[in-house]
Design a protein around this ligand. Structure first.
Ligand SMILES: [Zn+2]
Length: 532
């Protein structure tokens, strides 16, 4: 029985773990890497057709995004996930496939003009549809026997609608062992969904550590912050533009806006309109309100029992077509516009920014993390003007940020989750955190909970029977240029040869000047040849 870490080792995205047990190959998540890529991800160590099944913790693309690729390469086994994850994966994987197709088309048009190579999309809508047919919806709680000697169960991870931690029970050679995969663990006190469920424990645990090095601080008053910004913007006669991820954050904001309207907290702007302008956000909102009783928290269930829809309210308007989207900016009435993407890198939000950034009456409100290098980050850092659709746009709008809103558990919540285990693990593997954070959190688990915890690198493999590492994975940072595993190994050889050359030069110190000059000429000629 062994675990191979194929992604999210010392980095935050691209979650993929392979469990080899009882003669089966089981993938836990098969996510796409997003943003900066720090460490190389090894390829699957076996053919896609040899994978027996996939267990999916939740629908976020960094956990699910490469599943269509697996289908494209011949995987035909079942994919086990909760019902909400299954529904959300349907819209998210199809959306991702559309993005892959249009990106390949765009690159190929460029390549054709420049005489370059034609590429295939990472996967197509057909591949995503083939993968979606493999989903087997499960519920939280029951134990599902899925393969000879293997059973699984799901518990609420409180991170996204349907998100789960998954326990795998393996019976091999007469003995039974359990493994718990945390998936992404949620923050507490969030709208709509429940807090993460505390685990009983397992023999082996793989835990995320996104915020393993920091605390969220005191509970933030989300509705209060939103009310203040909203009142101020509407009073100035402007629009409140909120860049938000389509799935999760958009619905949380709708919950808060419903509460604000219901409690009459905004004065002088009765029935102000709220637009959800993104086809994916609209679809996700429909899933969130489609009777997902199993996933709601008590507050939401209480609203429903009183006949109140938690995320719909008077003045809510949705727009899916681009004509509807353009019409929003022609209407002068002050309004709220929720649109994607959350970091302003793509999508309709860029049009709304173009129409509102120059207006001193409008406000742009950030409600999520903005990574380095994104348009969202530039605006938060106080850019005076930004380029959108080839036009330089002045930033005259107010730029605001709502603090405290996070989808991930912080350090103390992660520690509490681990401390709640009555069945203490023999070993804990910490992943899904940026480089040093995984090590910091593993050290904390050793120190505070006396657990044997380590943060594995991508490509490492641990033998759970022999209790030892079989390989330690890729521990060097990737070059800025993306290189394949094979070229990386050859490059390492060249790098070693370069270091040897320096040693040889050092050894020849004191040699006759004539010889030194000859050597210098040879090295210079070699550099001239390759320095391009
Ligand atoms: Zn997630």
């Amino acid at each position: 029985m062994k675990l191979t870490f194929l992604g999210a080792g010392h980095e935050v995205t691209g979650s993929r773990t392979l469990l080899t047990a009882a003669g089966h190959n089981i993938l836990i998540d098969y996510g796409m890497e997003q943003g900066a890529d720090l460490y190389e991800n090894p390829p699957l160590p076996l053919a896609a057709g040899e994978i027996d099944c996939v267990l999916l913790t939740h629908a976020h693309i960094d956990h699910s995004g490469m599943i269509p690729r697996l289908a494209k390469e011949g995987f035909r086994g079942p994919i086990y996930a909760t019902e909400a994850t299954t529904k959300l994966s349907e819209i998210m994987l199809l959306d991702s496939a559309h993005i892959q197709e249009s990106e390949a088309q765009w690159r190929n048009r460029k390549a054709q003009r420049a005489g370059g190579e034609i590429i295939e999309p990472v996967y197509t809508v057909n591949d995503a549809q083939a993968a979606l047919r493999l989903f087997r919806p499960c519920t939280y709680g029951p134990t599902y026997p899925i393969l000879d000697g293997i059973s699984i169960s799901f518990q609420d991870a409180g991170h996204l609608l349907g998100s789960a931690s998954i326990t795998v029970t393996v019976t091999e050679d007469g003995s039974t062992e359990t493994l718990l995969f945390s998936g992404d663990l949620g923050n507490v006190h969030r709208p709509l969904i429940r807090d993460p469920q505390m685990p009983v424990g397992a023999d082996f645990v793989v835990i995320e550590s996104t915020y393993g090095d920091r605390l969220h601080g005191p509970r933030a008053d989300y509705a209060g912050q939103l009310t203040r910004v909203l009142q101020d913007t509407l009073d100035r006669g402007g629009n409140l533009v909120i860049p938000a991820f389509s799935v999760g954050r958009t619905q949380e904001l709708l919950f808060l806006l419903r509460e604000i309207k219901q409690n009459g907290r905004i004065h002088g702007h009765d029935g102000f309109p709220v637009y959800v302008d993104s086809p994916l956000s609209v679809e996700a909102t429909n899933i969130y309100s489609g009777g997902m009783m199993e996933y709601y928290d008590d507050e939401t269930l209480d609203l429903l029992s009183r006949g109140i829809d938690p995320i719909h309210f008077p003045g809510l308007r949705t727009s899916t077509t681009s004509q509807e989207s353009m019409a929003i900016n022609l209407d002068p009435e002050p309004k709220v516009i929720l649109s994607a993407s959350g970091m302003c890198e793509a999508g309709r939000i860029r049009h709304h920014l173009k129409h509102n950034l120059w207006r001193p009456q409008s406000t742009i409100l950030f409600v999520g993390y903005q990574s380095e290098g994104t348009l969202g980050r530039k605006l938060l850092d106080g850019a005076k003007s930004v380029k959108l659709f080839g036009e330089e746009i002045q930033v005259n709008a107010k730029i605001e940020q709502m603090d405290g809103i996070s989808g991930h558990a912080d350090q103390s919540m992660l520690l509490n989750w681990m401390a709640a285990m009555t069945h203490k693990p023999k070993k804990v593997f910490v992943n899904h955190g940026s480089d040093a954070v995984t090590d910091t959190f593993a050290a904390l688990l050793r120190e505070k909970l006396q657990l044997d915890a380590e943060a594995p690198y991508n490509g490492s493999c641990f033998d759970l029977t022999a209790m030892q590492w079989q390989s330690l994975g890729f521990r060097t940072h990737m070059e800025k240029r993306k290189v394949s595993v094979r070229t990386n190994a050859v490059f390492q050889r060249l790098y070693q040869a370069g270091r040897r050359l320096l040693n040889v030069i050092e050894k020849n110190r004191g040699l006759a000047n004539r010889e030194l000059a000859k050597f210098a000429d040879q090295v210079t000629a070699l550099c001239d040849k390759w320095d391009r």
